[in-house]
Design a protein around this ligand. Sequence first.
Ligand SMILES: *Cc1c(COP(=O)(O)O)cnc(C)c1O
Length: 228
Amino acid sequence: MSIQENLEHITQEIKELESRSLTGEEVTLIAVTKNHGVEAIQQAVKWGIQNIGENRVQELVSKMEILGDCTNYHLIGSLQTNKVKYIYDKVTLIQSLDRMKLAEEIEKRASATETIVPCLVQVNIGEEKSKEGLALSEVEQFIYDLQEKKHLSVKGLMTILPNSEDEVYLRSLFRKMFQLKETIKKEHYTNSSMDILSMGMSGDYKIAIEEGSNMVRIGTKIFGQREY
Ligand SMILES: *Cc1c(COP(=O)(O)O)cnc(C)c1O
């Protein structure tokens, strides 16, 4: 299957899923392009992709230099504080905000240049040791505290689920995420809109959309297996 065929298939499927999801909202497709070359990205852009996701700063920056503004860029991998300066004013969304030290660094950079940086707070909903993200119980206080960071705009939540075949289990985790997003949204904290729920990857995006995701991050199903 070519990138074009994969994209046509996925976009069609997303449309159908939107119509029977919890919210009926439009779902944004992020093409995850890590470990794929710029030619693959250019093809995806040609076939309609408007958002790409990368999980390493270095790789993101070098691709941005070549590709320019033909697409929007999302940082979806863990971000070290000393790398914030390379991307905070260039990406559409930092999807991996997971600690106050990182928020402080983003705030420092953004206030110096009077930029507002859109972020998602990453949640480790499966409570896996190997994964970044806040525990479910920490998220609301964290977003409450972020209100002092005037140059951050919290657009919502992001999560990566455990690798599991157990659909009931996965569904229950997605549902917790949706409820958490809704609960926090009702609080109307000053700099958080809580409109975005970024969850669902190649293996689980169908369930994710059914459970209220409005942003999916898909790599393998578009570009094939990554070579490391
Ligand atoms: C790699 C990656 C994805 C995409 O994974 P696939 O299984 O290839 O679709 C999504 N989100 C994050 C954070 C990733 O690192």
